[in-house]
Design a protein around this ligand. Sequence first.
Ligand code: UN1
Length: 510
Amino acid sequence: MSQQIAGPHQHYIDGEWTAGDGEAVFESRNPATGEVLGEFERATDADVERAVAAAQSAFPEWRALSYIDRAEYLWEIYHELRDRTDELGEIVTKECGKEISEGRADVVEAYHMVEWAAGNARHPHGDVVPSEIPDKDAYMRRKPRGVVGCITPWNFPVAIPFWHMAVTLVEGNTVVWKPAEQTPHCGQVIAEMIEATDIPDGVFNLIQGYGDAGSAIVDSPDIDTVLFTGSAEVGHEIASSVGGDTGKLAACEMGGKNSIVITDEADMDVAVHSAVMSSFKTTGQRCVSAERLIVHEDRYDEFKERFVEIAEGVSVGDPLEEDTFMGPLIEPDHREKVAGYNDLACEEGVEVLVDRTDLGEGEVPDGHEEGIWAGPFVYEADYDPDRRCTHEEVFGPHVGLVPYSGDVEDAVEIHNDTDYGLAGAIISENYRQINFFRDHAEVGLAYANLPCIGAEVQLPFGGVKSSGNGYPSAREVIEAVTERTAWTLNNSKDIQMAQGLSADIMTDED
Ligand code: UN1
């Protein structure tokens, strides 16, 4: 399978590697070295149309299989992902720059999702529901929605595609998938893996390309559900364009301006460890990464000293080395955005505590001069509802320390003062504070005495407020890719109605 890639590689449509309509190609680059990994054809609207048509014609036969037969294809993928975790983890690291343990964890998360979806094929898929009428049997049944368009981000280039596609396929839908333009090689490898299962032609289709191909998927009248994980900007566009189309559903999961609350009753070792993991793992490029640390004033100095010391020393470098903590950012434009927010923080009058935006002399590893490097940027600032850098998502190793006074209610008020609501954590030894956070923090993923990253696939994954709608991720995706039928069967020869409704038919003679 494609360890060595050159290309230009094609789209996978209707069971064939297919040349696209257009001339344009694009490159995949290793963000740690700048090296070109390979070339890919860039899809046009016509290519997307062909893929959607293939998915549509494959649907009737695919949905007619049993759940268990559909899941058999997924079990093959599960074993492949498991057996090749190290190899695939390295591909992930080379293409998106996450350090190698994260590259492998991406693949592990993918096979966990596949395992969940395939295992779920043998689990109950509806409910037996009581009726007011003893002679009626009522059930909730699920049906596949049809053709599902999956648009996935670069930062989890193996796990998130399977968040979208594993349950979707087992439920009997067919798929048109567009991976992020930054990670087409991971897309290619996944498509080759799915091809090797001999899944029926057209059930799974891969389109390589940019946002215009994503829009063509979203706009296609033959797409029944759009699953999107990515930026808030694009997600909101998709949600509003699909919102006007009653036959179609969109489940979108976007970013966050996630926080950790460290209370007066925090265990400081747990606080510092959780904060460092949440802010700097994946070089701050998880949608669940923490960019605000809200710390009680009585513990502030102690926390700040320890956090700053680690932020100054945390290793940034070659992501293939086991002792690297942070790899590069994904691409030059993104580095510009992160550096722009670091500058904005200064303009907004914060106190800068650590600024490793430009790595120091000797920090860039040999042979990695063309990498997209930026280290931690840490500042402190009193809470100010008008400050942009503590409200807008940066998606990088940019983090603000915000002291608070009073009780946990005051911290949660600051915590909730953002348009986003994806992930958050509280560090405290006091269960009342923990429970207050659990009940009042406006987030879809909440943690206590843990980092706010690292969710497991068997939990729902998604946000509230501007962070998303409809859970395109992990187990809860089932809601977006199935329709429910409320099915009622009468076992009697008499028609009897619920709610005391008369079933008598009156005529003039009565
Ligand atoms: C993302 O942040 O973009 O919870 C996905 C986590 C991972 C998934 C993160 N399981 O950190």
